[in-house]
Design a protein around this ligand. Structure first.
Ligand SMILES: [Zn+2]
Length: 432
C-alpha cells in the first residue's frame, strides 16, 4: 500500500496542533489524517471506524512529523575528510585544511559529493535544505556556486535547495566591492542569499554595515555565520541586531552559531537576545559542530559546550532552528544530512525538554527562513509530505527515529511500511 488515504491514530507533536486539540492524559489525543490528491484533506481527533476503509494505515500511535528543513549545511565541503591528512583541532584549523583541499576541486567532484548529500537528505525526509558555499575571491564566482545552482534545478519538485554565499567579512570592507558582490549573487538565480563569516578575528562593523546595505539594495535575504567562538567580546550578533533596526532592513536575516552568547555575562547576552527578538532575526543552532569545534585543543577534554542560548531565545519568541552544518569534512567527521541527528545532539548538549512535542518544531519550520506567514496548525490543503516513525515513541524521541516512512505528496518515497499498519483490524479492537 504505497498511497494511503487515511492515517489512523497518528501521534502529532503538540506544536503542530491547534490549542483546542483534545488531550489523552498528558499527551495530545491521536489524530486521523485523510489525504486526497497528494494533500491533507482533514486532520481530526481519532474516531473508531465501524468498517475498514481501503487505503487505511492504522499507525497505533506512531509519531508523525511534516517534511524536514535542514537550515544550515555545507554541501560544497561534504565528504572531503577521507582524502585529507591530519587536521588541526578547532574552527580555524579546519578552515585551513579546507583551503588546501579546495584547490583541487572540479565541477564533477563537487557535483558528486553534493549530489550524494542531497540524496541522503531526501531519504531522511528533508523537503527544504539551505547550503552555504565558500566564496573567498572578490571577483570570481566559486566553481561550486554554479554546480549548486544546477543541483537546485535538478532537485526542484523533490527538495527546495537554497544557496548562501559564505563570504569573509573583509571582502565587504570596500562599499562598492560589497555592492558588486551582492549584484553577482542576486543575478545568480533564484534561491540565492547573501552570506558572510563574522568572527572576532576579522571583525569590522563598517564591513558588516556594507553587507546589509548591499543586500538591501539588491533585495537579498541574509544568512550569516556569526560569533562562532567562545570569545565573550565577540559582538557580531549584537551589532547585526542594532544595524537591522537602524537601517530598517526589509529582507529576512538568519544568524547561525552565535556561540559567544554562551560565554558572555548573562545580562549582556540577554540584552542581545532582546534586540534579536525585536530585529527580528532567526537563529540556527548547530550542536554537532559546536560540540566538536568549540573549546577544542589537542589532548585536552573540552569543558565548554559552545551551544547558543536556545532556551532563552525561544522564551523571547525568537525562531530557533536546529541544523546539521558540516558533514564528514574537516569541521566534522560525522553526520548524515539527517536533521534528527542534529536534534539528538542538541537534546543532550542543551538539555532540551519535550524533544518531540516542542523541539521537533526546530526541524520543520521553513517559514522561519524567510518572511512568510506561519502554516500552523497542520490542516486541509497542506502538502502530504510527512514522516512516519516506525520505531520511535514520544518519550524517547529522537532515539529510534532512524526507521521511518517518508511520504511525499501522499506517496511512499522511502522506507518500509510495516505490514501491521495495513492489515485490517476488527472494528472492536480499534480504540483511541
Ligand atoms: Zn556552517
Amino acid at each position: 500500500m504505497q498511497t494511503p488515504t487515511l492515517l489512523q491514530r497518528a501521534r502529532l507533536p503538540r506544536w503542530l496542533l491547534p490549542p483546542s486539540w483534545p488531550s489523552a492524559g498528558s499527551q495530545p489525543a491521536l489524530a486521523d489524517l485523510r489525504f486526497a490528491n497528494g494533500r491533507v484533506q482533514s486532520v481530526q481527533p481519532h474516531q473508531p471506524q465501524n468498517e475498514h476503509i481501503t487505503g487505511t494505515w492504522d499507525l497505533n500511535g506512531a509519531l508523525v512529523l511534516p517534511g524536514l528543513v535542514d537550515a544550515h549545511t555545507h554541501l560544497d565541503k561534504a565528504f572531503t575528510l577521507p582524502r585529507m591528512g591530519a587536521v588541526q583541532p578547532g574552527l580555524l584549523g579546519a578552515i585551513e585544511a579546507m583551503m588546501v583541499d579546495r584547490r583541487s576541486w572540479t565541477e564533477a567532484d563537487v557535483r558528486e559529493r553534493a549530489g550524494r548529500a542531497l540524496q541522503w537528505a531526501y531519504e531522511a525526509g528533508v523537503t527544504h535544505l539551505r547550503t552555504h558555499c565558500d566564496w573567498w575571491e572578490p571577483d570570481t564566482q566559486p566553481l561550486a556556486w554554479s554546480v549548486l545552482r544546477e543541483l537546485a534545478e535538478a532537485w526542484a519538485g523533490r527538495l527546495t535547495l537554497e544557496r548562501v554565499s559564505l563570504i569573509p567579512l573583509h571582502l565587504y570592507t570596500d562599499r562598492s566591492a560589497a555592492m558588486t558582490l551582492a549584484a553577482t549573487v542576486a543575478r545568480s538565480g533564484p534561491g540565492a542569499l547573501l552570506g558572510g563569516f563574522v568572527h572576532s578575528t576579522n571583525w569590522d562593523p563598517q564591513a558588516l554595515r556594507h553587507l546589509f546595505e548591499a543586500a538591501q539594495h539588491h533585495g537579498l535575504d541574509v544568512d550569516l555565520h556569526v560569533d562562532e567562538e567562545l570569545n565573550p567580546a565577540a559582538s557580531g550578533l549584537a551589532t547585526t541586531a542594532s544595524l537591522l533596526q537602524a537601517m530598517r532592513f526589509e529582507g529576512h536575516v538568519v544568524c547561525g552559531h552565535t556561540c559567544a552568547l554562551a560565554a558572555q555575562e548573562t545580562s549582556t547576552a540577554l540584552a542581545t537576545l532582546d534586540a534579536v527578538a525585536a530585529a527580528p532575526i532567526t537563529l540556527v543552532t548547530l550542536p554537532i559542530t559546536n560540540l566538536l569545534l568549540q573549546d577544542a585543543t589537542t589532548g585536552r577534554t573540552p569543558r565548554l559546550r559552545g551551544i547558543t542560548l536556545v532556551k532563552e531565545a525561544r522564551e523571547r519568541g525568537i525562531p530557533v532552528l536546529v541544523a546539521s552544518d558540516n558533514v564528514q569534512d574537516p569541521f566534522c567527521p560525522v553526520g548524515s544530512f539527517d536533521p534528527l541527528e542534529a536534534l539528538a545532539a542538541g537534546v543532550s548538549a542543551a538539555q532540551l525538554d519535550a524533544p518531540f512535542d516542542r523541539w521537533s518544531e526546530a526541524l520543520c519550520r521553513s517559514d522561519w527562513l524567510r518572511r512568510s506567514p506561519a502554516k500552523l496548525p497542520l490542516q486541509s490543503g497542506d502538502s502530504a509530505d510527512l514522516l512516519v516513525f516506525t520505531a520511535a515513541d514520544a518519550w524517547g524521541f529522537p532515539s529510534r527515529s532512524q526507521p521511518r516512512v517518508v511520504l511525499r505528496g501522499g506517496r511512499v518515497a522511502s522506507g518500509q511500511v510495516p505490514t501491521h499498519w495495513t492489515t485490517p483490524q476488527p472494528a472492536t479492537e480499534v480504540t483511541s
